[in-house]
Ligand binder design. Structure first.
Ligand SMILES: Cc1cc2nc3c(=O)[nH]c(=O)nc-3n(C[C@H](O)[C@H](O)[C@H](O)COP(=O)(O)OP(=O)(O)OC[C@H]3O[C@@H](n4cnc5c(N)ncnc54)[C@H](O)[C@@H]3O)c2cc1C
Ligand code: SF4
Length: 333
């Protein structure tokens, strides 16, 4: 069994205590959400952090509100995945969020895991998510400060896989996130949060944390997320597809957004594939085939998680086809 290294932990109860804790932290530190990924990674000695600052008790970071008039949904960063899935504000406005949460890990993990932690989930790789003694058998790779990639020899950069399930759907829905540091805050589109780099998947600076996620104008959007995984009961995605479009009675894609998951080092927004389908009927086989080909061409998996790259590419096409078929069947019913 892997043991945790010694570490300090701060548990601030409000923003003042949080900011004071951040300012006073002399060592390298990490923010702690539910700890369902971070604690495992610390056991594997993946981070040098000697201190953790828990966000869980900070009073104004856990909430869900829906402003009907503005059609605006706001979710606090430490809201647990269980609370997110159970909230009527979610099921009444964007049920696809609850359906996606249901595919993440398992109920005991979702009881602790937070949406903020999901958005900030580290990228994954067979050669990285291993114990320290295992990793010492292989040359030090980009993600650990070295200058090679063990998974893709010759690669110029780390290509660890982005595996968080909520971000692709939230990006397709046009989500924004609020980031705080000290007394300052900034709001950016979630799409701009991700760098596409396996070594540093998001733009957060060391003292920055996410406070909230905002979704505007989603009431009339249809959203879906489907993922391929080896174990249906509990597993990270090996390929995933998120779709959103304007809900309409005509059985057509309108303002379609497609975002792929787990086939690159960040969520992959597909402009070309979406264009092939936009304005087309859910059962337009030719348009679907063109979009499937464009999506498969954009997916760039490598052999560093539990399924072969060619198969994961194939699954991207299959998921997209199945989603269109599902929508067509729903339309006919
Ligand atoms: C067995 C198992 C199966 C899993 N399956 C899935 C799966 O299918 N899909 C999936 O998406 N995930 C999966 N996970 C990963 C994880 O449980 C979830 O992604 C979860 O949402 C992470 O949230 P957390 O609050 O526990 O994050 P933590 O572990 O606390 O933190 C994760 C990272 O986010 C940072 N962080 C946390 N909150 C913030 C914040 N507000 N601002 C800035 N940084 C922050 C931390 O510093 C850390 O780097 C699985 C985990 C396990 C153990
Ligand atoms: S993709 Fe390459 S560089 Fe990145 S963690 Fe894996 S082996 Fe290391």
């Amino acid at each position: 069994m892997l043991k945790l290294p010694p570490f300090n932990i701060l548990r601030p109860r409000n923003r003042d205590e949080l900011n004071a804790g951040i300012a006073g932290c002399k060592d390298e530190f990490k923010f702690l959400g539910g700890g369902t990924d971070l604690i495992n990674n610390m056991k594997k000695r993946l981070y040098p952090a000697a201190s953790l600052i828990s966000l869980k008790r900070v009073e104004d970071l856990s909430f869900i509100t829906y402003d009907q008039e503005r059609d605006q949904l706001k979710i606090g960063a430490t809201t647990t995945l269980t609370d997110l899935a159970a909230a009527p504000e979610i099921s009444n406005s964007i049920p696809a969020i609850a359906a996606t949460v249901a595919t993440i890990a398992a109920p005991p993990i979702r009881n602790r895991a937070t949406i903020g932690g999901n958005l900030c989930l580290d990228t994954r790789c067979y050669y990285y998510n291993q114990s320290q003694s295992w990793r010492q058998l292989a040359p030090i790779c980009y993600k650990c400060g070295g200058d090679i990639c063990n998974a893709a020899p010759g690669a110029k950069t780390c290509r660890a896989v982005f595996s968080a399930d909520l971000p692709p759907l939230l990006i397709a829905l046009g989500a924004e996130i609020t980031i705080a540091s000290g007394g300052d805050t900034r709001t950016i589109p979630l799409a701009d949060f991700y760098t596409g780099s396996g070594a540093k998947p998001n733009v957060l600076q060391a003292n920055e944390y996410i406070t909230a996620i905002t979704l505007n104008g989603c009431k009339n959007k249809k959203a879906l997320y489907r993922k391929f995984r080896l174990r249906k009961a509990l597993d990270f995605p090996l390929a995933g597809v998120a779709l959103t479009f304007d809900d309409n009675p005509n059985g057509k894609f309108k303002n379609l957004k497609i975002v792929l998951n787990a086939v690159a080092s960040g969520p992959l927004t597909l402009a070309e594939a979406a264009l092939k389908l936009d304005g087309k009927a859910f059962n337009d086989a030719d348009a679907i085939q063109l979009a499937v080909e464009a999506a498969m061409a954009a997916a760039a998996p490598i052999a560093n998680v539990g399924s072969k790259p060619f198969y994961r590419k194939k699954m991207i096409g299959l998921l997209l086809k199945k989603m269109a078929a599902e929508l067509a069947a729903e339309q006919e019913a």
